[in-house]
Design a protein around this ligand. Structure first.
Ligand code: HEC
Ligand code: HEC
Length: 220
């Protein structure tokens, strides 16, 4: 269940980055991160059982519904990536019907109707504040929200999906020798070609500093 929540939060936040509901109502309010109700599952339709079987293993159906509209060949590529990079055990014969289904679902896009999320850390984004300003406690909760699924609670790369990734999620207790800048660059840009996402769109520089401070506490 925790995996689900972490992924949902990830999705939720990337949803924001895509400029989903940004009405002014919430400005200036003290806020909390509101979790959406249970992750939506796939809507009925030909192929939905394939999607439920193969895609809900690792993440919620929102991964599909929140995608901007993609042509069929892009979905083929995404599903291929799930298979070859992340180990989704889908058989070749199931590929085409599954992709057909995903294309139909992709155009439904129910996600933007979800209530807007309020995040206090987006209220005033200080300039590229210095790394020393990172707060490891805040970093810890960001870490628990965004990183545990892969890197595990203690950072050893042993989160629920960490070890099945190719390459596996890194052991973050071994970051000792890396400079602050190197680590921040990794957080900002991710590692193309691996499951390590780029965070610069979802987390502001201050939050990345909090994370860095927390990561420093993991090194023995
Ligand atoms: C074995 C685990 C696993 C399975 C099974 C899986 N995925 Fe993924 N998926 C991932 C990971 C890991 C990422 C990339 C990390 C992230 O963005 O959180 C990802 C990312 C995505 C993305 C975001 C775009 C992208 O290319 O990164 C989409 C869309 C997606 N998956 C769709 C699917 C669909 C559709 C299925 C079912 C065919 C599926 N996934 C099955 C692990 C999986
Ligand atoms: C979907 C899985 C996934 C998520 C979520 C994820 N990572 Fe990663 N991360 C990886 C993988 C896989 C690697 C290893 C890439 C490689 O081998 O080059 C990695 C590498 C890293 C590295 C570089 C480690 C090194 O040894 O150079 C850092 C730092 C890192 N992640 C921090 C984070 C933080 C902080 C978060 C949360 C904000 C996070 N990651 C979220 C999968 C993930």
């Amino acid at each position: 269940m925790r995996v689900c929540m972490v992924v949902v939060v990830l999705l939720w936040i990337s949803g924001l980055a895509w400029g989903l509901p940004a009405n002014g109502e919430n400005r200036g309010q003290v806020s909390i991160l509101k979790l959406p109700p249970d992750p939506i599952s796939f809507q009925p339709g030909s192929g939905s059982e394939l999607a439920s079987r193969y895609c809900l293993m690792c993440h919620s159906a929102e991964y599909v519904y929140m995608q901007p509209p993609h042509p069929r060949e892009d979905w083929m590529e995404i599903v291929n990536k799930m298979k070859t990079s992340f180990g989704c055990p889908i058989s070749n014969e199931d590929m085409a019907p599954l992709v057909d289904y995903l294309v139909t679902q992709n155009s439904l896009q129910p996600f933007p109707t979800a209530p807007p999320v309020q995040r206090d850390d987006q209220k005033d984004t200080p300039d590229q504040s210095s790394i020393q300003s990172g707060d490891s406690q805040k970093g810890k909760s960001l870490y628990e929200r965004h990183c545990v699924t892969c890197h595990g609670p203690g950072g050893k790369g042993d989160g629920p999906i960490g070890p099945v990734l190719v390459p596996p999620a890194a052991n973050l207790t071994l970051l000792g020798k890396q400079s602050d800048k190197t680590i921040l660059d990794t957080l900002r840009k991710g590692r193309p070609g691996t499951a390590m996402p780029a965070w610069e769109h979802d987390l502001n520089p201050q939050e990345l500093n909090h994370l860095l401070s927390f990561l420093r506490t993991l090194t023995p």
